[in-house]
Design a protein around this ligand. Structure first.
Ligand code: C5P
Length: 218
């Protein structure tokens, strides 16, 4: 039997991570946080002092990355034996990730790592190109978005909760810059799959979004 896949794509701060995790828990499916893979690679490149224009070297690092997601109350991300969970959430990591994510060779190198998450009983895949490129065959596809201001405010609260210093204006500018880069890039840009259900979460609670997405699957 074909393994079920639910893809949730959209810009940063739309609530994809929280919603995807809750749905994966409820359905008892696996969860792929594809953004974390791009973020982990960005960190590894900084750690190894690899420049963003050394494409061959970046691809080598991408293919060699030993990345483990440990699910528990909070997801832990272990890169080559080191817990990088706290570094992953930094805005600087997201920005660096979005820069290397424009390189087609990098995207190709990370494709199989992402597809390996498709395992029984099913997968909730969260990202930018899950429904268009990585899992075009997915049975259920959602494009989850929210206004830029709502997304910036959510990100601000998330960072504050984690005790990380944050500035709302700076976050809003960063989000707009990142949206533009993600949407305008030539390869795998952030666009809804033609068969995706579009949900604007600006005025919806997390629970309401979860219910709406679950109703598509059930
Ligand atoms: O989702 P998250 O904010 O963690 O993603 C960080 C960056 O990684 C995004 O801004 C985007 O440029 C890139 N990304 C991507 N394709 C994905 C997931 C993330 O290009 N499927």
């Amino acid at each position: 039997m074909e393994i079920s896949v639910l893809t949730i794509d959209g810009p940063s701060g739309a609530g994809k991570g929280t919603v995807s995790r809750l749905i994966a828990q409820q359905l008892e499916w696996h969860y792929l946080d594809s953004g974390a893979i791009y973020r982990a690679l960005a960190l590894e490149l900084t750690e190894k002092d690899v420049l963003h224009d050394s494409i061959t070297e970046i691809v080598e690092v991408a293919l060699a990355m030993d990345l483990v997601f440990e699910s528990g109350e909070e997801q832990l991300v272990i890169l080559n034996g080191q817990d990088i969970t706290d570094l992953l959430v930094l805005e600087s990591t997201g920005n660096a990730a979005s820069k290397i994510a424009t390189i087609p060779e990098v995207r190709a190198a990370l494709l199989q790592k992402q597809r390996d998450f498709k395992q029984a009983a099913g997968l909730v895949a969260d990202g930018r190109d899950m429904g268009t490129v990585v899992f075009p065959e997915a049975q259920y596809k959602v494009f989850l978005t929210a206004s830029a201001l709502t997304r910036a405010e959510r990100r601000y609260k998330q960072l504050k909760l984690k005790g990380i210093d944050a500035n709302l204006l700076k976050i809003t500018t960063d989000i707009q810059e990142r949206d533009q880069r993600d949407s305008e890039r030539q390869f795998s840009p952030l666009i809804p799959a033609p068969d995706a259900v579009y949900i604007d979460s600006s005025n919806l609670s997390i629970q309401a979004v979860v219910e709406e997405v679950l109703s598509l699957v059930r």
